[in-house]
Design a protein around this ligand. Structure first.
Ligand SMILES: [Zn+2]
Length: 53
């Protein structure tokens, strides 16, 4: 193990979002992209939740 190879706690590069309703998750480079992907997922997979939100 070299020191520079250890875990880096950088939230800047990629952001991850898990679905509250299933196992789905997405990784994106920006919050707007991630929100869009999550909303697309809700609309497709959880239309009831999508309509209520
Ligand atoms: Zn889901």
């Amino acid at each position: 193990m070299n020191r520079r190879g250890e875990y880096v706690s950088s939230a800047d590069d990629t952001i991850e979002r898990e679905c509250d309703h299933c196992e789905w998750h997405a990784v994106a480079g920006s919050y707007p992209e991630l929100i869009k992907r999550y909303q697309d997922h809700l609309r497709d997979e959880h239309p009831t939740t999508w309509l209520r939100s």
